[in-house]
Design a protein around this ligand. Structure first.
Ligand SMILES: Nc1nc2c(ncn2[C@@H]2O[C@H](COP(=O)(O)OP(=O)(O)OP(=O)(O)O)[C@@H](O)[C@H]2O)c(=O)[nH]1
Ligand SMILES: [Mg+2]
Length: 465
């Protein structure tokens, strides 16, 4: 395994890397992992006989040259197998910035370590059975997380929720295999239709388990991409101004000239239960201007993909009209937004006109910020209709790798059920589909010696992780 691109040498190799991002910072972390970790650490000044898990101060120096200091650091030994990688690990908290950590890495390499490849620490954790492959991917997702929703999904996967669900599906498949093995071995003890039905029932349970996981794809995508909320309406109704207020920044050009916005602008705002992707679009009208017409086409396209629409208009009659017009282009829930509420007569409390064809109605002012909390709340209410009950443990499939393995497994289960149902194939042949399904799941969880899979997964990791 040691010669391959992905397989770590589980015996000889000790790896080192800077685990924190380069740049000006108070601290940086350098990690060392492998059987020679203690010896190599000692060569750069770490006291010998460190007590595991106890932070110890050390005066680090060039290998075997105490007169050439590197840094005053805090060093912690995690002894095998109770470490992240399952090997002896030494973690150095050194002073931040780019120089000290790089110099220590060079010193560690001079003392006998090898610079780690991207994701190699986590790969070792997988190879030592500390994590399965799905949990390892969850670490990468956790590092990449940009919203509370993706953070939550990654933590759930790291906690083993997805592995657990897949394990249950795998168990169901093994049960089917056991049932047909019994038939193959003892054909004379034919239980007839009863055992055939039992086998099919177990296969359909496994199939349903896979379907349930595949059904989480849209919610995983929403967590990553955000709920798409399109601001739409006639020109000059204040869409871009509202967009800017939501962004807290002058992102879109605003002017008293109708037809200002041409291209769609996007803004991703983290929120609960989902991040929100606000999209400002060109005002909808018939125009002779070619560019504006193209802009309107973009608006209509974005409307078709919206999860919710903020229908903007600056007076009540126009608001009703705009809601009706938008309904032709989007079936998503509408929030009727009466814009420029600061222009209402003083003391006037706006109430939605009767029969406005929208799920929510409210008045906002981009100028004063009035009505924005209600708008955010209405958007949240729509987001909640797209998320499962937060009280439940819902693992989701996040990656193309998961989807493709699950689809393979699902197709094989279906092929098995079909062959079994019509009795067209002898049991051992039908059983090959079950094996293929189990193998797809094993590859997904990293349960088999799949170096290629490991290589593919870990190449996208950060160095030092
Ligand atoms: N008083 C007041 N004026 C506003 C408000 N929002 C926008 N306006 C004004 O309305 C005009 C149009 O604003 P925009 O935000 O460019 O409108 P738009 O809907 O994006 O227009 P198009 O891009 O042309 O479709 C500008 O003169 C803004 O200053 C508001 O809340 N109060
Ligand atoms: Mg605009």
């Amino acid at each position: 395994m040691g010669a391959s691109a992905s397989g770590a040498d589980l015996r000889g190799d000790t790896i080192a890397a800077v685990a924190t991002a380069a740049g000006r910072a108070a601290l940086a972390v350098v990690r060392l992992s492998g059987p020679a970790a203690r010896t190599i650490a000692a060569r750069v000044g770490v006291p010998t006989g460190l007590e595991p898990r106890k932070a110890t101060r050390a005066r680090l120096h060039q290998p075997d040259r105490p007169a050439e200091p590197l840094d005053e650091a805090v060093v912690t030994l995690m002894a095998a197998p109770r470490s992240f990688t399952g090997e002896d690990m030494v973690e150095f908290s050194v002073h931040g910035g780019t120089f000290v950590s790089r110099a220590l890495l060079v010193a560690l390499v001079a003392a006998g370590a090898r610079p780690a490849r991207a994701g190699e620490f986590t790969e070792r954790a997988v190879l030592h059975g500390k994590l399965d492959l799905l949990q390892a991917e969850a670490i990468a997702d956790l590092i990449e997380a940009r919203s509370a929703a993706t953070h939550r999904a990654a933590l759930r996967q790291l906690g083993g929720a997805l592995s657990h669900r897949l394990g249950a599906v795998r168990e169901a498949l093994l049960e089917v295999e056991a049932l047909i093995a019994y038939e193959i071995d003892f054909p004379e003890e034919d239980d007839g239709p009863l055992s055939r039905a039992r086998t099919l029932e177990a296969a359909s349970r496994a199939g349903a388990g896979i379907d349930a996981l595949l059904a989480t794809l849209p919610s995983a995508e929403l967590a990553r991409e955000g709920l798409v909320v399109v601001l739409a309406g006639a020109p000059n109704t204040g869409k871009s101004s509202l967009f800017n207020t939501l962004a807290g920044d002058a992102r879109a050009i605003v002017s008293a000239e109708p037809g200002t916005t041409r291209d769609a602008l996007e803004l991703l705002v983290d929120d609960e239960p989902l991040p929100i992707r606000f999209v400002d679009t060109a005002g909808l009208r018939e125009s002779v201007d070619v560019v504006e017409r193209l802009g309107v086409e973009v608006s209509l396209r974005r409307l078709a993909g919206a999860h919710a629409v903020l229908v903007c208009a600056a007076d009540d009659a126009a608001l009703i009209e705009a809601c009706e017009a938008i309904a032709k282009h989007s079936t998503a829930p509408r929030i009727a937004v009466r814009t420029k509420a600061d222009l209402l007569a003083e003391g006037d409390v706006w109430s939605a006109p009767a029969g406005v064809p929208a799920e929510f109605s409210l008045a906002v002012s981009a100028t004063t910020g009035a009505g924005l909390p209600a708008l955010r709340e209405a958007v949240r209410a729509i987001a909640r209709t797209h998320t499962p009950d937060p009280g439940e443990e819902h693992p989701v499939v996040m990656r193309a790798r998961h989807v493709s393995a699950l689809r393979t497994a699902r197709a094989e289960v279906a092929l098995f059920a079909e062959a079994w149902n019509v009795g067209s194939l002898p049991a051992p042949v039908a059983g090959t589909h079950l094996r293929a399904a189990v193998l797809a799941l094993d590859e997904l969880m990293g349960g088999i010696d799949a170096e290629e899979v490991l290589g593919r997964v870990f190449s996208s990791f950060c160095v030092g992780k």
